[in-house]
Design a protein around this ligand. Structure first.
Ligand code: CP
Ligand code: NVA
Length: 302
């Protein structure tokens, strides 16, 4: 594995290696043990969109590995004044050991990886959010003891997190059911991948009640992602009936988990009651961003 650009690129073995490495680093950190990682590595962190979790977990993660993170936003880097991704990639490659980028188009991440001579990590594009799903898979494995054979359900917008959820869960041997309104379905490349999977089930419906039946884990996310703020009101109408509430949870298996990448809009995609009932799992998920990204950086930089 040279970069982490999208889960669609990864094999089940590569995903498992990242999760195993994350588990090991988490156990070492909890035991107060030093990680076996070369000191002084630097991570350039490009943010073209807002972030709380991703910024703090990457910056904390590289620090805990004995290195240093450098925050670059559009507001204060030359990217914001039009310097190309190709030139930025070649410059940062002369100073740093790895680049993390949060941007709009997936082509931006792919372009960065094409010109960089160091590993590149996708920290969210409009197409995928691979670090999020790896943290979610880690959390599910911690709570359920396995991934294979579980039923994972997506309720709501077929967005970047949904794309990664479908690719990641199917690759890990989970059955996947997705409920989205027409017009808000996951990306065609993801649906084509899902259609070719033969060893687990994939279902796409516009009825949340059909999808939620016998779920072992239900995922949801905001109805309007970053960059779609202008569609907020239109989306509230399109997604009416797509709230993960106690009525929907009653259709799932006993012990069904809830995963939400956060930030959450309670009362929209998830009820306050379901959120609070599953807060332990949701904040474990947020914590595991740190451990899984340390695992990714460990594997890419060591
Ligand atoms: N889940 C997630 O990526 O959160 P941030 O936008 O706060 O980084
Ligand atoms: N789908 C959301 C995820 C935020 C972490 C967005 O792209 O804004």
């Amino acid at each position: 594995m040279k970069h982490l650009l999208k889960l669609l690129d990864l094999s089940k073995e590569e995903i498992t290696l990242i999760l195993d490495t994350a588990d090991k680093l988490k156990a070492e950190q909890k035991a107060g043990k030093k990680h076996d990682f070369p000191a002084g590595k630097t991570l350039a962190m490009i943010f073209e969109k807002n972030s709380t979790r991703t910024r703090v977990s990457f910056e904390t993660g590289i620090f805990q590995l004995g290195g240093h993170g450098i925050f670059l936003s559009n507001a204060d880097s030359q990217l914001g004044r039009g310097e190309s991704i190709a030139d930025t990639a070649r410059v940062l490659s002369r100073y740093n050991d790895c680049i993390m980028i949060r941007t709009f188009g997936q082509d931006g991440v792919e372009e960065l990886a094409k010109y960089a001579s160091i590993p590149v990590i996708n920290a969210l594009t409009d197409f995928e959010h691979p670090c999020q799903l790896l943290a979610d898979l880690m959390t599910i494995r911690e709570h359920k003891g396995k991934l294979e054979g579980l039923k994972a359900v997506w309720i709501g917008d077929g967005n970047n997190v949904a794309n990664s959820m479908i690719a990641g869960c199917l690759k890990c041997g989970m059955d996947v059911s997705v409920a989205c309104p027409e017009g808000y379905r996951p990306d065609k490349k993801i649906l084509d991948f899902a259609a070719g999977v033969t060893d687990c089930k994939f279902e796409l419906t516009d009825d949340p009640k059909i999808a939620a039946k016998n779920a072992d884990v239900i995922f949801t996310d905001v109805w309007a992602s970053m960059g779609q703020e202008g569609e907020t009101e239109k989306r509230k109408i399109a997604f009416a009936g797509y709230c993960v509430d106690s009525e929907l949870m009653a259709l799932a298996n006993t012990g069904c988990m809830v995963q939400h990448c956060l930030p959450a809009h309670k009362g929209e995609e998830i009820s306050e009651e379901v959120f609070e009932k599953h807060a332990q799992e949701i904040f474990d998920e947020a914590e595991n961003r740190l451990h899984v990204q340390k695992g990714i950086m460990y594997l890419l930089m060591k």
